[in-house]
Design a protein around this ligand. Structure first.
Ligand SMILES: Cc1cc2nc3c(=O)[nH]c(=O)nc-3n(C[C@H](O)[C@H](O)[C@H](O)COP(=O)(O)OP(=O)(O)OC[C@H]3O[C@@H](n4cnc5c(N)ncnc54)[C@H](O)[C@@H]3O)c2cc1C
Length: 483
């Protein structure tokens, strides 16, 4: 029996159990914490284990945006109209291809209740709308557009509404003092009040099965191996696999060579333990991809492919731009902008990286960029001509950002720049959080949630659909595990 492998241990091989609970939750990020709360509230004795020295995982580093809608009290307080139908239509278009429609329908139907649940857990939201292009809203703003709902294509599918609900956090610092930490603080405190027990520095290595049913797990803590029994169910909530190079090479090779948005514990262990117990996986090639430039600069600039042509509206949700640049352009992209754009971004507190080349002469830039003569000049002339008329017939960028560029031009060479990534694929689960086998049947005793599973962001991503999905379906997995 190698602790490095994931082949399940047979219960008959377990000589003694180091601890027992009704429900064993593996991972104390937002999916695991939500599962533990609901399992405990359903009357189960719950033990949560985490490989790290404390709670939080990637959730505690996150910008904290939770994708909720349909007319939440926060949306109403910000004067925003929304409906469940609009939310569903938007998410179906934005998170595909192949979104899980059963999960999507439940997620939209339950969004108002889920908002109330978060608030009842103590998660604070400030009723103030942030309407600027950025990855995160500054402290003091609780609602923002996080999926490009108000951009050309999506605005034609459903009435746009901002749905990124951000917990209030004073003195934010991305990745450190984040709104995600504030979310986690309240979820963990709620779990403690519900009687949930926790063990840290405890890495789960394998599942224990008894006649096809998952009945516990083998864990390693400070080099000591032991077994934890789960009388009713095990919930896997160990995050994704962006830190596992071998899994990336196997499932999402284009993602290799970028930087991880998450923690070293995103090593896919939970997914592999589930697979070893017979689970199916979905959308393992999918990844959220952050574009390596400030969204405020992006929407004021021209994003060009390796041949000097635009390929997407620059005011799209920056994660969508990132996916297009990584998956469709293989990161071979340039950003062209003028001093006025850079000045506006700096003035708004944004970041403008030093341009790779600056010139008044587009022919000179073409040569430096290694693109065919005349293409860049053609791109800029077409853009400027239409911008003077306040339109962008090629990609329909919002008139808010349209204006002819003024030389000198700056070009940022982003070929080979690292994108921030986390994986979206994972275990195939039902909307109840049951882990499904290759026949689509639940594996008895096994449940999962969060980025260990494929959820609402099936392939396309909007900021907030990870924390939103992980907490929403984490709750369901916890309840199902508690029976
Ligand atoms: C800087 C940053 C900003 C982000 N912003 C947003 C945002 O605004 N909105 C959004 O929706 N998403 C955002 N994300 C993504 C989001 O944070 C994650 O996708 C989400 O938190 C995943 O939640 P989870 O519960 O599945 O995993 P995690 O929160 O990572 O929790 C998994 C836990 O499992 C533990 N674990 C792993 N393996 C084992 C094992 N073998 N045994 C025991 N324990 C184990 C880990 O230590 C960890 O604590 C952001 C991420 C980062 C890093």
């Amino acid at each position: 029996m190698s602790a490095a492998g994931t082949t399940p241990v047979r219960a008959s091989q377990v000589r003694s159990w180091a601890a027992e609970s009704d429900v064993l939750v593996v991972g104390n990020g937002c999916a695991g914490a939500s599962a533990s709360i609901e399992a405990a509230r359903a009357g189960a004795d719950v033990l949560v284990v985490d490989a790290a020295g404390g709670w939080g995982g990637a959730s505690a580093m996150a910008g904290g945006s939770l994708y909720l809608g349909g007319g939440t009290p926060l949306q109403k307080a910000c004067g925003v109209a929304d409906s469940q139908e609009a939310m569903y239509a938007f998410l179906k278009a934005a998170t595909g291809p192949d979104p899980d429609e059963a999960k999507l329908a439940l997620y939209c139907e339950g969004s108002l209740e889920h908002y109330d649940w978060l608030v009842a857990c103590g998660v604070p939201f400030t009723p103030r709308l942030w309407n600027e292009p950025s990855w995160e809203a500054p402290s003091g703003y609780g609602l923002m557009y996080t999926g490009g709902e108000n951009t050309h294509f999506f605005a034609g599918i459903a009435p746009p509404a901002p749905r990124g609900h951000i917990p209030h956090m004073e003195g934010k610092r991305p990745g450190e003092r984040s709104a995600g930490w504030m979310l986690m603080k309240h979820l963990v405190a709620t779990a403690e009040r519900a009687g949930v027990r926790t063990r840290y520095d405890t890495r789960t290595a394998r599942l224990v099965v008894d006649d096809g049913r998952v009945v516990g797990a083998e864990v390693v803590s400070f080099g000591e191996r032991s077994f934890l029994r789960a009388r009713q169910g095990v919930v896997l909530a160990t995050g994704g696999f962006a830190a596992n190079r071998a899994m990336l090479a196997q499932h999402a090779p284009r993602v290799l060579g970028n930087f991880l948005i998450g923690t070293d514990h995103d090593d896919g262990r939970g997914i592999r333990m589930g697979q070893a117990a017979g689970a199916a996986v979905r959308h393992m090639e999918a990844a959220q991809t952050s574009f390596p430039a400030d969204p405020a600069l992006l929407c004021r600039a021209l994003l060009l492919d390796a041949h000097g042509r635009r390929f997407i509206t620059e005011d799209a949700y920056p994660g969508q731009v990132g996916q297009a640049a990584l998956f469709r352009q293989d990161r071979q992209v340039f950003l062209l902008y003028d001093e006025a754009a850079a000045e506006e971004v700096r003035h708004a507190g944004g970041y403008v990286a030093e341009a790779t080349w600056v010139s008044d002469d587009l022919a000179e830039l073409e040569e430096a960029m290694g693109i065919a003569p005349g293409v860049l000049a053609g791109t800029v002339e077409t853009y400027d001509t239409h911008a003077r008329q306040g339109r962008d017939p090629l990609f329909h960028k919002s008139a808010r950002w349209l204006r002819p560029l003024t030389p000198p031009y700056g070009v940022l060479d982003l070929r080979g720049a690292m994108f921030g990534v986390f994986t979206l694929g994972g275990l195939h689960t039902s909307a109840r959080g049951e882990v499904l086998n290759l026949e689509g049947e639940p594996i008895p005793g096994l449940f999962a949630a969060g980025r260990t599973t494929s959820g609402i962001p099936a392939w396309g991503y909007c900021s907030g659909t990870s924390l939103g999905d992980a907490t929403f379906f984490g709750r369901r997995a916890g309840r199902s595990a508690a029976g």
